[in-house]
Design a protein around this ligand. Structure first.
Ligand code: PMP
Length: 458
């Protein structure tokens, strides 16, 4: 009884004192009490399989025992020094993280959030190139700070205010929703139902999208640019993948135009994509700047920008670039233990194996249900795009997607949402999940789809 009073009180406080644009997923918001590994428990003791891991953030599991033990030890040792005093866990972390990146990406700036990391990456790109214009994809999400809002091209986040001076958007090469289709064109065990005229290994769709990219360069910017931001797979936009080879050609063009290439690994990094530790590696490209956050700290606020010594030096245009909490001892100790857990528990391999198993299972639902338009992704980053029907590819109306989402929650499965019309379910659990849990999740999702069909027949 006490607990349900607390629930109403929480809703009241949320309404009165918290941001009015911080909306909960469900009409009856979930009030969480506790989490352990891939599970969450609400205030009534109901158990949920967390297949969205705090928006792709809890990389190795809620309250992972090893990460918790390291955090507790550091808590009793030293919480904070500002960057002007040194403390070995910070340096140990910098060494460990840089070892995971290819040459010449070896200089690390520690930050507190993805937006902050992308803010800094924008500043670096401009300082290094002496140019202003930065390009990002439509559908991209790179942050909500006034600076990064210019790069974020997801309608929900835009305001009727000028944002991001010098930021230009370009067409997202989306092989499912874009104009040219692209079966066989994306790096996923599951291809789109959209046919394109390519033979299995060629990529005409990619060429069409590259023409669009060139068009942006020729028409929207002056002679040169500062940089180009890309997520290896778009997260917020609903796990959107580009045709194979697109990023490689786009990076070459960006460099010809004087800009640097920035990979936003906030969602795709740290082994989530399975085949590689970093998403950019899956495209066979080498960025000049890499930004990372979310999974880096398993839910503890931390982020990083990694770049080359040469680009890092461009910040010397000012005397000091300072961040009070960036690289604090707690974050670094936690970050180190997250890297150790990923290695010790073979979580990247688990992403590859269990992720592929899950993708193929969800793909069978696409064959079974007309409203499942696309199943895509890589490793443990999966999108299921809901449509009215496969021929029109019109997004399934929001209320219907809401109902399926709500039904999954009722049956103990938490998944995410994304896409311009909120039409795509996003699945990105902690990397410790198992095949039996995937079987459970797929069955729950299937039941929710059957319930949806039955409700439409009435
Ligand atoms: N980049 C990407 C790809 C993201 O998904 C996000 C967060 N959704 C950010 C940047 C911003 O990160 P943060 O919320 O930590 O500022």
């Amino acid at each position: 009884r006490y607990q349900s009073l607390a629930y109403n009180r929480v809703l009241e406080i949320h309404k009165q004192h918290l941001s009015p644009v911080l909306t909960a997923y469900f009409s009856e918001p979930l009030l969480l009490h506790q989490g352990y590994m891939e599970w969450l428990f609400d205030y009534e003791g109901n158990r949920y399989l967390d297949f969205f891991s705090g928006i792709v953030t809890v990389s190795v599991g809620h309250c992972h025992p090893k990460v918790n033990a390291v955090a507790q030890k550091q808590l009793g040792r030293l919480w904070h020094t500002s960057a002007v005093f040194f403390h070995p866990p910070i340096h140990e972390y910098a060494e460990k993280l840089s070892a995971l990146l290819p040459e010449p990406l070896k200089v690390i700036f520690l930050m507190n959030s993805g937006s902050e990391a992308n803010d800094l990456a924008m500043l670096m790109a401009r300082a290094h190139s002496n140019n202003t214009d930065i390009i990002s994809f439509r559908g991209a999400y790179h942050g909500c700070s006034p600076y990064t809002l210019g790069l974020t091209n997801v309608g929900f986040y835009k305001m009727e205010l000028p944002s991001g001076m010098g930021c230009q958007s370009t067409m997202c090469p989306d092989v499912f929703r874009g104009p040219w289709g692209g079966s066989h064109c994306r790096d996923s065990p599951v291809q789109t139902i959209r046919k394109c005229s390519c033979a299995p290994d060629c990529c005409q769709a990619k060429d069409q999208y590259i023409e669009q990219f060139k068009d942006t360069l020729n028409t929207s910017v002056a002679k040169s640019i500062a940089g180009f931001f890309a997520e290896p797979i778009q997260g917020v936009n609903g796990v959107v993948q580009y045709p194979k080879g697109f990023l490689k050609e786009a990076f070459e063009l960006v460099r010809e135009w004087g800009g640097v290439c920035i990979a936003d690994e906030v969602q795709t990094g740290f082994g989530r994509l399975g085949s590689h530790f970093w998403g950019f590696q899956t495209h066979g490209v080498l960025p000049d700047i890499v930004t990372m956050a979310k999974g880096i700290g398993n839910g503890f606020p931390m982020a990083a920008v990694v770049t080359t010594p040469e680009i890092a030096k461009s910040l010397a245009k000012c005397l000091l670039h300072f961040n009070t909490f960036g690289g604090n001892p707690m974050a670094c100790a936690i970050g180190s233990s997250v890297l150790e857990v990923i290695k010790e528990e073979n979580l990247q391999e688990n992403s590859q194996e269990v992720g592929t198993y899950m993708l193929l299972k969800f793909a069978k639902l696409r064959d079974e249900f007309e409203i499942v338009g696309d199943v895509r992704g890589k490793g443990l980053m999966i999108g299921i795009e809901m449509v009215k029907d496969k021929t029109s590819r019109q997004p399934l109306p929001r209320e219907e997607v809401n109902q399926i989402h709500q039904d999954c929650k009722r049956m103990g499965l938490l998944i995410g949402r994304g896409g311009t019309f909120s039409q795509t379910f996003r699945i990105a659990p902690s990397m410790c999940i198992t095949k039996p849990e995937v079987d459970f999740a797929v069955e729950v999702f299937r039941s929710a789809l059957i319930q949806h069909m039955e409700s439409q027949d009435k």
